[in-house]
Design a protein around this ligand. Structure first.
Ligand code: HEC
Length: 120
């Protein structure tokens, strides 16, 4: 069988794109694949808090661990922009922080913020 250099280049390119989206997904890609039911952001945010296990470290509504600041009332301490920065890239706020980067989409971040605002 004759080797087709085009196939090799196409294969390597596909692999590179795949690795990029997987290992360091850009924001537009997260926004595309991690969508949120926008009809009820508060309920969606509550589900996301369960799904991502925020309570493994934070106390929310009195439930959860205290390895990190309690999130009750956090929306009074931090404005939307600061919360967005914490949720989108914790390491950019506090280098080496134990707060994980969950690779949240914008819609997920806004839903979580809406939920945190709803519980004060
Ligand atoms: C593995 C433990 C861990 C998990 C899980 C976790 N966090 Fe955190 N988070 C932290 C730590 C530790 C800090 C404080 C970091 C610092 O100050 O360096 C923090 C800080 C924060 C802050 C800033 C709080 C403040 O008072 O300054 C917010 C908001 C926050 N986390 C939200 C969340 C949300 C929402 C989730 C779930 C999607 C989550 N965290 C999951 C460990 C965690």
């Amino acid at each position: 069988m004759k080797k087709n250099p085009f196939l090799l280049v196409a294969g390597i390119t596909t692999l590179a794109v795949f690795l990029w989206l997987w290992l360091s997904p850009p924001r537009f890609w997260l926004n595309l694949v991690k969508r949120v039911d926008s009809s009820d952001p508060v309920a969606a945010g509550e589900r996301l808090v369960e799904q991502y296990g925020c309570r493994q470290c934070h106390k929310i509504l009195g439930q959860g661990a205290l390895k990190a600041p309690a999130l009750d009332g956090v929306t009074q301490r931090l404005d939307d922009q600061a919360l967005y920065r914490w949720l989108s890239n914790p390491n950019a706020v506090a280098r080496g922080t134990a707060m994980p980067n969950f690779r949240l989409s914008d819609a997920e971040i806004f839903a979580i913020i809406a939920y945190l605002q709803s519980i004060e």
